[in-house]
Design a protein around this ligand. Structure first.
Ligand code: FMN
Length: 366
């Protein structure tokens, strides 16, 4: 009876998409997408931190004409949102990242392709005309890492997102319990032929992703690697996984064009600081010296307004896009983005803002 809920009742918010996806996806996949590290406390505190911020809205501001366009690293976006890099999207729908990239394009949303995507950089680039950024992990094999960077640049990606909060994989117990693995027939075309084998191995109470990362990711990565990366490419580099002002400033000193305040959606260090609490300090430390983005638990238009007011230029949306993809492929992902876009428009207007730039810190209650 509950199986086709999305078909029989309209889904009116992002939370409902999660419930609908839970009914459709195999348990192993839903848990991999939804889960967090350890006791999953950070999943809850991340949401609660956005919820706990109150908006001191302005009134009588003539909000009849509004524009949510922003400029980010030289590109125009229709609204201040990008799809976060997320691995293995074909597990949600046969069209995988092609579908999410098309949904992003159709809604004027930026798209960040994960290194662990199930579609090639080139095919995603060919499928859409919107801004496409590539997310990178630094592999032990620096040759493979360098080849990937060059490939992304050649394919037409316009920024590189270096994820730094995962020198090792967080302890994701749902994945251990489910013996998470990526079926051998699932393509993972951006990591080369050799590294992927271990991902397909199903081992009782173990995660194949944990085995993969232990073998191929480099726990020794340091600021020197950011310098090295900068020497390889002309693409601007954003450092993803920052929660401290001093680290943000260091990232800029090492040549980054900006940072993404993120704790990997609660999937790495449980009980880490929620991004809603970290963002203001990072913004203050950076003092406008680079691009500033944030992600983690953003589910409502009001969350976007709060992120902007705290100093972010844009936010990344993660899991809800996968829920849309699972419910109805590209159309479902598009609907999720459209819902948030409409909420965002309304929340900005009701807060007295005609543009994202008008969402300033004084909008938030102390
Ligand atoms: C299923 C899944 C896979 C992810 N894969 C990656 C990845 O490959 N690279 C990366 O930098 N972050 C990855 N992330 C983290 C997201 O980019 C993002 O930081 C986080 O999901 C944002 O939080 P939200 O899902 O609450 O919106 C992943 C997150 C999820 C849920």
């Amino acid at each position: 009876m509950t199986q086709d809920r999305a078909a029989v009742m309209p889904l009116v918010n992002l939370h409902q998409y999660e419930s609908a996806a839970a009914e459709r996806l195999p348990r192993m996949v839903f848990d991999y997408y939804a889960g967090g590290a350890g006791d999953e406390l950070l999943l809850r505190t991340s949401r609660a931190a956005w919820d706990g911020i109150a908006i001191r809205y302005r009134v009588l501001r003539d909000v009849s004409r509004r524009s949510h366009r922003i400029e980010l690293l030289g590109h125009a976006l229709d609204w201040p949102v990008l799809v976060a890099p997320m691995a293995f999207q074909q597990l949600a729908h046969a069209d995988g990242e092609l579908a999410t990239a098309r949904a992003a394009d159709a809604t004027g949303t930026g798209f960040i392709l994960s290194t662990l995507a199930t579609r090639s950089i080139e095919s995603v680039r060919a499928a859409t005309g919107g801004p496409l950024w590539f997310q990178l992990y630094i592999y032990r094999d620096r040759g493979l890492t360098e080849a990937l960077v060059r490939r992304a640049e050649q394919a037409g990606c316009t920024a590189l997102v270096l994820t730094v909060d995962a020198p090792m994989l967080g302890r994701r117990e749902r994945d251990l319990l489910n013996g998470f693995h990526v079926p051998a027939e699932t393509p993972i075309p951006n990591v080369g032929a050799a590294p992927r084998d271990v991902l397909a191995e199903r081992v009782e109470t173990a995660s194949s992703l944990a085995a993969f990362t232990e073998r191929h990711w480099d726990a020794s990565i340091s600021w020197a690697d950011l310098d090295w990366l900068g020497s390889l490419t002309r693409m601007p580099i954003l450092v993803k996984g920052i929660v401290r002002g001093d680290d943000a400033v260091r990232a800029l000193q090492h040549g980054a064009s900006g940072v993404i305040v993120s704790n990997h959606g609660g999937r790495q260090l449980d009980t880490a600081i929620p991004t809603a609490r970290a963002l203001g300090d990072v913004a203050d430390a950076m003092a406008g010296g680079g691009a500033l983005l944030v992600d983690g638990g953003i589910r409502r238009g009001t969350d976007v307004v709060k992120a902007l007011a705290l100093g972010a230029q844009a936010v990344l949306l993660g899991r809800p896009v996968l829920w849309g993809l699972a419910v109805d492929g590209a159309a479902g992902a598009q609907r999720v983005l459209q819902l948030l876009k409409e909420e965002c428009d309304l929340a900005l207007a009701l807060a007295g803002c005609r543009t994202p730039a008008e969402a300033t810190r004084d909008l938030l209650a102390p």
